[in-house]
Ligand binder design. Structure first.
Ligand code: SAM
Length: 285
């Protein structure tokens, strides 16, 4: 006997009366061709452990399960639990459902030491906070992050030096991972459509010895530098004079960085060099 097919996502939404909630940033994907493409590009393979944040009615969860991954979903809105349970019955033993705010979950702990992927159409209001959380995990076990963001954030994550969207987030990501914008997604494919365009980014961790291990200091330096983006470094980083005990221009010159440079023209490696030197100088004094 052939296995019965799952009903379309749209029908699941109707069946359980799942009206999109603004509070939880809900914009659903009903087009399974699109979500299948996201899963294909994520490079998730049969047997892989995958976390999906915010599965909603399951538009992205389905192709993950169809790819024979072991999927853990974390959803904050309990209205989706019956629809997800139905999906879990269809793909027996492949889906684990966790209810709660993803910001409070330690994925390493849930993964029990196994490497994992994250594939997610993220709620826009917590997407960046989650990304920073995953980047700063000390014992990083993710093999890839494939994440939907609003287009502007996706451009910032993947921007290179000397380009329009280059900034703090680009540098924090470049310190840990290779980044790539893999798909543009128009607002019209979501129900209801958001006000902004979206894009999917893929992050893959750099080899361990190439990763920068002090994101807090890097976040501090890049925060100051890009807080006054149009200003030269000697001005935007002036407040570090007191911590360093020397004039910022002299300090920058000692690192062979031109104090008149603007932050968008400074390579991530140079920001990492500054963060390292700052940490060293301030832990000695
Ligand atoms: N993945 C579904 C799709 O593509 O159709 C829904 C995506 S919708 C943009 C975001 C989902 O994240 C919603 O289901 C929402 O309830 C959930 N969500 C919002 N904030 C969350 C949080 N802090 N933790 C976990 N899930 C959250």
């Amino acid at each position: 006997m052939t296995k019965p097919e799952l009903p379309p996502i749209r029908n699941i939404v109707e069946k359980y009366g799942l009206k999109a909630s603004k509070k939880f940033g809900q914009h659903f994907l009903f087009d399974l061709n699109l979500t299948e493409k996201i899963v294909r590009l994520s490079d998730v393979k049969a047997g892989d452990l995958v976390f999906e944040i915010g599965p909603g009615p399951g538009g992205l969860t389905r192709p993950l399960l169809a790819a024979k991954a072991n999927v853990h979903v974390i959803e904050t809105d309990q209205r989706f639990l019956p629809a997800l349970a139905e999906l879990g019955e269809f793909y027996a033993d492949k889906l684990s459902i966790h209810l709660g705010d993803a910001l409070n979950f330690d994925l390493n702990l849930l993964a029990k030491g196994k490497p994992f992927h994250v594939v997610s159409n993220l709620p826009y209001n917590v997407g960046t906070a989650l990304l920073i959380q995953w980047l700063t995990t000390p014992e990083l076990s993710w093999q890839s992050l494939t994440l939907m963001f609003q287009l502007e954030v996706a451009q910032r994550i993947t921007a290179k030096v000397n380009s329009k969207h280059y900034g703090r987030l680009s540098i924090l990501c470049a310190a840990i991972a290779e980044t790539e914008l893999i798909m543009n997604v128009p607002a019209s494919v979501f129900t209801p459509p958001p006000k902004v365009e979206s894009a999917v980014v893929n992050l893959r961790p750099l080899p361990l010895q190439q990763r920068f291990d002090d994101l807090d200091t890097l976040a501090k330096i890049t925060g100051l530098a890009f807080g006054q983006k149009r200003k030269m470094l000697r001005t935007s980083l002036k407040s570090l004079n007191a911590d360093l005990g020397i004039n910022i221009s002299i300090w920058l010159q000692s690192l062979e960085i031109d104090p008149t440079t603007r932050p968008e023209n400074l390579h991530p490696d140079q920001f990492m060099q500054m963060a390292k030197a700052y940490k060293l100088a301030t832990s000695i004094t």
